[in-house]
Design a protein around this ligand. Structure first.
Ligand code: MRU
Length: 335
């Protein structure tokens, strides 16, 4: 994986129990660059990338070396602070960063927060606040998990995706710590396999029992009565509760609804988009078809929209929100 000229990478050697999922390991700002753990190389290699400009941060977001809605917001905030420190054109840096990926609203939210004060301190405060929001919403969401639950989750919504702790996977972690989780089913999450590469790696690190499944196996496990609830994250939540998340979430929601299994969305208020009245207003990223097949013709929508009526509750750091979401959802907070 040839890095862009100027991007420096460093291979880290870490054994399983020394794996470090702390926020600064996933993304941090140093005087001469933004440093990220390259998530494309996980779980086989732990490689740090040092990104020396807003353009290099933008490329890392576009290429998904860092991914997950809150984490790309944090990385963009650090990229903007770096641009300010280097005396780069901030309007150009804003456009370069905000145009990397269209669906996750956290990107624009974080950059708008940085417009006010493009300082490293502000960017670090945004990062710390996102991690704290994860802890708060995980505690609320764990309250929805019944004892001895077999929880199914999709994509990666852990520390890697949020810059520390985790949203839906944070809820799994908090529920596990309360002794409520018997097993986690981890959708492999084609085409880029965030489930089998990243979520399994995080659950293994946390010592939480899990089994990876083919995405196509989820509905039959539900039919067999082996799933008690579904926990997913979100990339953008419209004012009416319609939620965009990793492709495959909508199919999970339809199957869960059919089998009477609750699906819960866990996401910080930085993922709420009151300007989107419904899912129809959410831009869906189409990525390179070669991620699906480099040999045959392919389509590669990276996200889909789950209609609000298929979502049992949306959990933010402000609490558990029930339908009708137009009335119950809070507004995005400022960092
Ligand atoms: O394409 P990705 O890996 O960035 O997609 C990530 C997801 O869909 C996550 O579920 C979402 O961003 C929430 S992460 C806490």
């Amino acid at each position: 994986m040839k890095e862009r000229k100027g991007v420096r990478s460093r291979l880290l050697r870490a054994s399983r129990n020394k794996r470090d999922l702390t926020p600064s390991r996933i993304v941090r700002l140093e005087p001469d660059g933004v440093v990220i753990l390259d998530q494309r190389r996980l779980p086989d290699e732990e490689v740090e990338l040092r990104l020396g400009s807003a353009a290099e941060v933008a490329e890392a977001i576009r290429a998904m070396a860092i991914r997950g809605a809150p984490a790309i917001g944090v990385a963009a905030a650090y990229g903007y602070a770096l641009a300010a420190a280097r005396g780069e054109d901030l309007d150009a840096a804003y456009e370069e960063l905000v145009s990397t990926r269209p669906t996750a609203v956290n990107l624009r939210w974080a950059l708008d927060e940085m417009r006010v004060d493009p300082s490293p301190e502000r960017a670090r405060a945004i990062h710390e606040a996102e991690v704290e929001r994860c802890r708060q919403m995980a505690a609320y969401a764990a309250g929805l998990v019944e004892p001895s639950s077999r929880v199914l989750t999709h994509c990666n919504t852990g520390a890697l995706a949020t810059g520390g702790y985790g949203s839906a996977l944070g809820a799994v972690r908090a529920a596990w710590e309360r002794g409520l989780v018997e097993q986690v089913w981890v959708d492999e999450t084609r085409p880029l396999l965030q489930g089998v590469r990243l979520t399994a790696w995080e659950l293994e690190t946390l010592g939480i029992p899990y089994a990876v499944i083919a995405d196509a196996a989820a509905a039959s496990l539900m039919a067999a009565g082996e799933v008690d609830c579904v926990l997913t994250g979100a990339d953008r939540i419209a004012a009416n509760g319609d939620t965009a998340n990793k492709i495959g979430t909508y199919g999970l929601a339809v199957a869960a609804h059919h089998h009477g299994i609750p699906l819960y969305v866990v996401a910080p208020t930085s993922t709420l988009d009151p300007a989107a009245a419904s899912g129809a207003d959410i831009p869906i990223e189409e990525r390179d078809p070669s991620e699906v097949s480099s040999r045959f013709a392919a389509r590669n929508p990276a996200f889909d929209v789950t209609p609000a009526e298929l979502i049992a509750a949306i959990v933010t750091e402000e609490g558990v929100h029930r339908p009708p979401y137009a009335a119950s959802l809070p507004r995005p907070v400022h960092a």
